[in-house]
Design a protein around this ligand. Structure first.
Ligand SMILES: C[S@@+](CC[C@H](N)C(=O)[O-])C[C@H]1O[C@@H](n2cnc3c(N)ncnc32)[C@H](O)[C@@H]1O
Length: 543
């Protein structure tokens, strides 16, 4: 974390961070047998993940219970206001093609990745990078747009407020016919998708019969529409029992499984020229594609402009963490530019275009909250907090986002025992012995640990060098310990981001190992230890 803090948070130089990280023995060892091209790809991909720590990234990877009752899933949350037409350039994804051998290998490994069928490339692909954590909304606030041959960034199509979930539109039938299983906020508001209500009046005999015939599922009682913010705070219980709807039956469970196993279609607009016709075409193509053999799905006109991918995210569901490796990197076609790179892993040229963007920190002015730890109101709150009797847990609110601090362990991760311990350690080692109460929700604690400022502020802070006074008198040193940092990072990556991609594994393993050293009782024994080699990606991002 120190490397990231120094290079990315403070100096906006992800390239320097990558170069430093690659000097760590762990990565040296991992890359020892890779060729220069592979090393460069690895470095580029690591950089994609480091962008999320940039002061002006404008988003974070967070967790949500919206999309699954059984486990936390990852989501993208805006940490500033975004406006229609903006491009979220530091939120990127990559399509990495897999050759049949790698494909078979992945299936064997049974891993959970965003696996897609690319109609343009006519092969299976992995969707990697932070962009893969974008969830679907039927009235999404963003669209994927192409950036080069394989890269994707986000274009804002609806105003996004700080704290909103960043969403995209996967396709008209991705979650079953007409997205009948979609759990997005829009469906919740509109009573569509998963939230479709059958008649609220008691069913007559006739309607009961017809329900049986048409295999209608039981009425779903709906709770008031909730924003992402509300959602992660309130869905600590099984949502059906919370809504006092009947518990999920075996048949329903099975039916849901069947729907999930159906081929899923995700359309990514590979649009260099956006227009309305495209949207219509895309939706048409989605419906036409359902159920068709994969290689019949391409319309040659569309091919020029759009990549339609069939996604089977359940194809490679993880079962434990089998250790294996693939040589998927060999299947990736590098851009000629990248092929021609010689010498060092990354050079300054790589960053020229990006630097221009990154140096423009005016973006920060649009961060909606300027609250910092050292701002008066927060200090006041903290004072009050420490000298008054702890309130009842239900009365406590997060000092950063003011959301209620309830059911904290359940907000952190799916494994109650592990995450409770992690949560405890993340917040305070003395918590076990005192009447200690958390000050922040896990998200804000994580943010504070990493950025040293209250969520969502990421003002740039320069390190105070020995013998030199800081120009910014207000800035103060980070107040977190190495243990806190490491543990928080593990919570963020391993537990929260449940479907971590292969490179996540490689990049975060270093952090996990550090954390394991620092944690008592080997709490992280279950952390994945293998490095998966299929993560290397094809294209440099030119921002
Ligand atoms: C590309 S991933 C998005 C990131 C994902 N939440 C994760 O943690 O990896 C797509 C998966 O997210 C979930 N998802 C996204 N949007 C959804 C929606 N509107 N309704 C239900 N599930 C959704 C589904 O499990 C889907 O297969």
């Amino acid at each position: 974390m120190d490397i990231i803090k120094r290079n990315v948070l403070e100096n906006s130089r992800p390239t320097d961070a990558v170069n430093e990280i690659l000097e760590i023995d762990y990565f040296k060892h991992y890359l020892a047998l890779k060729n220069p091209k592979q090393i460069q790809e690895f470095a580029q991909h690591m950089k994609r993940y480091l962008y999320m720590y940039m002061p002006n990234a404008g988003y974070e990877v967070a967790d949500t219970k919206r999309y699954s009752e059984r486990k936390l899933e990852a989501c993208l949350i805006a940490t500033k206001n975004w406006h229609v037409g903006d491009e979220i350039k530091l939120l990127t994804g990559v399509i990495a093609t897999l050759d049949p051998k790698d494909d078979a290998e992945l299936k064997k490994g049974n891993r959970d990745f965003s696996v897609m069928w690319s109609s343009r490339k006519k092969c299976t692909c992995l969707f990697l990078g932070p962009a893969r954590f974008a969830n679907h909304d039927c009235n999404s606030n963003c669209r994927f747009i192409a950036h080069g041959l394989n890269s994707i960034i986000f274009k804002v199509v609806k105003e996004i407020k700080c704290g909103d979930e960043i969403t995209v539109f996967y396709g008209q039938h991705y979650f079953g016919e007409n997205n009948c299983e979609c759990k997005c906020v829009t469906c919740e508001k509109r009573n569509t998708g998963y939230y479709t209500l059958s008649s609220t009046s008691p069913p007559t005999i006739a309607t009961k019969e017809s329900a049986v015939k048409t295999n209608t599922r039981p009425t779903r009682k709906r709770k008031p529409p909730a924003s992402h913010e509300d959602y992660i705070q309130t869905t600590h219980k099984n949502r059906r029992s919370k809504c006092s709807a009947p518990p999920i039956s075996d048949e329903e469970e099975e039916a849901e499984g069947r729907v999930k196993k159906k081929l899923k279609v995700m359309s990514i607009d590979f649009i260099c020229n956006e227009n309305n016709k495209k949207e219509t075409e895309r939706r048409k193509s989605d419906s036409a594609l359902l159920g068709l053999p994969q290689d019949t799905i391409v319309n040659s006109n569309q091919l020029q402009k759009e990549l339609t991918i069939v996604v089977q995210p359940d194809l490679y569901q993880s079962q434990g963490s089998p250790s294996y490796s693939t040589n998927a990197d060999s299947a990736i076609s590098l851009s000629p530019e990248a092929d021609n790179k010689e010498g060092g892993i990354l050079d300054d040229e790589d960053m020229d275009v990006l630097d221009q963007f990154l140096d423009d920190l005016s973006d920060l002015s649009s961060v909606s909250s300027n609250m910092s730890l050292f701002d008066e109101p927060v200090l006041k709150k903290q004072k009050n907090h420490s000298c008054t009797k702890p309130k009842k847990e239900k009365d406590l609110t997060c000092i950063a986002c003011l959301r209620p601090l309830q059911n904290i362990p359940e907000q952190v991760g799916p494994d109650a025992n592990l995450t409770h311990e992690l949560a405890t350690w993340t917040w305070s080692p003395s918590a076990v012995f005192t009447d200690w109460r958390p000050k922040r929700c896990p998200r804000c604690e994580r943010h504070f640990t990493i950025f040293g400022q209250e969520w969502p502020t990421r003002r740039e802070k320069k390190m105070v060098k020995k013998g030199r006074k800081s120009k910014n008198k207000k800035s103060a040193p980070m107040k977190t310990t190495a243990t806190e940092t490491a543990v928080t990072e593990v919570v963020a990556t391993d537990t929260t981001v449940t479907n971590a991609t292969v490179t996540d594994a490689a990049v975060t393993n270093a952090v996990i190992n550090t954390a394991a050293d620092l944690l008592p009782n080997n709490q992280l024994n279950d952390a994945p230890s293998e490095l998966v080699t299929s993560s290397l990606l094809s294209e440099d991002i030119k921002l």
